[in-house]
Design a protein around this ligand. Structure first.
Ligand code: ADP
Ligand code: MG
Length: 346
C-alpha cells in the first residue's frame, strides 16, 4: 500500500467526524435522490419506475490485496462492479450506499483515498453516494456497496428470458482482468520487497482491466440505439463459462460456445502464453472482466454483426443438447463453471 505522507488516526476524528468529512465532499446530482447523507436513512423517489437493487461485499485478503491494489482503485472498483450488476439488468444506476469496516491500521488519509476512487466512479457514471455505515474491524478492510438503479418495467432484462436458437453475444474482450492479476501476483514479491521496480511494462491494458474495470454503460446505450433488447443478460464477473451456464439454466436451455469466436485481446493472449496458460481457458474462466453477456433473437443478427464492441460467440439450444464448448476442429467439450481457482491448479 502507498503510505500517505501524513497520518491522522481515525480516533482523532471519530465516527461522526469521519462521516462529516465524507459528506462534505458529496454533492447530489440525481433528481431521484431526495435525501442523502445526514438522516437516519436516505430517501429515493422511484419516479414511477421499477427499482433495481444489488449488493456486493469485498473482504481484504479474500477479494483484494492492498499489496498491489491502490486504495483509490479499490474504491473505484468497489463501485464499478455494483454498477455493472445494475447495467446487466438493462437498468440505470442512480444511487449507492457504502458500508465500511475499518481497522485502526487505516489512517483518515487512507479513507480519503478510498472515497476519492468511489466518488470518481460515482461521477463518471452519474450516481449519487447517498449513505452508508461505518464500523470497526479487528483485522482487515471490508467494503460493502449497495447500488440502486431504475428502469421501466418493460426494459428490465432477466437471466431467464433466453429462447431456443437465440444468439449468444458478449461485449469487449475476455480474460484480460485475470491475466492482469497474474502479472500483479507475480510481481507482488517485488512490490513488498527491497525497493526494486516491479516489471509491469507492456502490461498496461490487462493491469487496467484488473485494477480499473469499467461497467459497460456504453453497451446498454449502444443496444438501445440499435433497437436491440436482449432476451436475457448477465455481467461477466465469475467467468464466461459460469455466466453462460447461468443464462442457459435460468432459461431452461442448452448452450453452445465456439472457441474460435472468443474475443481475446492480443496482450491477454501473449501474456497467457508467457504464463503457460491456454488463452481460451483464461477467457472462459478468468472472471472479473465485467463485460455483458446476453442473448438476442436471430432476427437481430444484422444489427449486431460486425460491431467492433460485440462478438457473437455462440447460441442457445434446447435443454437436451446440454452445455458445450466447440473447439476449432468441431469437437464438443462440456462447459464447466470452473472459476479461477481450478484454472490455476491445472
Ligand atoms: P445510524 O446510527 O442511524 O446508523 P450513522 O451515524 O451510521 O447513523 O450514519 C449517519 C449518516 O451518515 C447516515 O446518513 C448514513 O447513511 C451516513 N453514513 C454513515 N457511514 C457512511 C459511510 N461510510 N459512507 C457514506 N455515508 C455514511
Ligand atoms: Mg450506522
Amino acid at each position: 500500500m502507498m503510505e500517505p505522507t501524513s497520518r491522522t488516526e481515525l480516533s482523532a476524528l471519530g465516527e461522526f467526524g469521519l462521516i462529516e468529512r465524507l459528506a462534505s465532499r458529496i454533492q447530489l446530482s440525481q433528481p431521484s435522490s431526495v435525501k442523502g447523507i445526514g438522516d437516519d436513512a436516505a430517501v429515493i423517489d422511484p419516479q414511477g419506475l421499477h427499482q433495481v437493487v444489488t449488493t456486493d461485499m469485498i473482504v481484504e485478503g479474500v477479494h483484494f490485496d492492498l499489496g498491489y491494489m491502490p486504495l483509490k482503485h479499490l474504491g473505484y472498483k468497489a463501485i464499478a462492479v455494483n454498477l455493472s450488476d445494475i447495467y446487466a439488468m438493462n437498468a440505470t444506476p442512480r444511487q449507492v450506499v457504502v458500508a465500511l469496516a475499518l481497522s485502526n491500521r487505516f489512517p483518515v488519509e487512507a479513507v480519503d483515498e478510498l472515497y476519492e476512487g468511489m466518488l470518481l466512479a460515482c461521477r463518471n457514471y452519474g450516481v449519487d453516494l447517498v449513505g452508508g455505515d461505518t464500523t470497526s474491524s479487528r483485522s482487515g478492510l471490508v467494503i460493502s456497496v449497495t447500488a440502486i438503479g431504475a428502469a421501466a418495467k418493460v426494459d428490465i432484462v432477466y437471466r431467464n428470458g433466453a429462447r431456443d436458437k437465440d444468439l449468444l453475444v458478449v461485449s469487449g474482450d475476455l480474460g484480460g482482468a485475470f491475466m492482469g492479476l497474474q502479472v500483479l501476483e507475480r510481481e507482488k514479491a517485488v512490490f513488498t520487497g527491497s525497493g526494486a521496480q516491479p516489471d509491469l511494462d507492456g502490461h498496461d491494458y490487462i493491469l487496467e482491466r484488473q485494477l480499473k474495470p469499467e461497467p459497460r454503460r456504453d453497451i446498454i446505450e449502444l443496444l438501445k440505439k440499435m433497437g436491440v433488447k436482449p432476451t436475457s443478460m448477465i455481467d461477466v464477473s465469475d467467468g464466461l463459462a459460469s455466466e453462460a451456464l447461468h443464462l442457459a439454466r435460468a432459461s431452461g436451455l442448452g448452450v453452445r460456445i465456439y472457441d474460435d469466436k472468443l474475443p481475446i485481446d492480443p496482450s491477454t493472449y501473449s501474456t497467457a502464453r508467457d504464463f503457460n496458460l491456454d488463452p481460451s481457458t483464461c477467457a472462459l474462466n478468468g472472471g472479473e472482466d465485467y463485460e455483458l453477456l446476453f442473448t438476442v433473437a436471430q432476427s437481430d443478427f444484422e444489427k449486431i454483426k460486425g460491431n467492433p464492441s460485440l462478438s457473437i460467440i455462440g447460441h442457445m439450444m434446447d435443454a437436451a443438447s446440454g452445455y458445450h464448448l466447440v473447439d476449432k476442429r468441431g469437437g464438443l467439450h462440456e462447459l464447466k463453471a470452473q472459476g479461477w481457482d481450478a484454472l490455476l491448479k491445472r
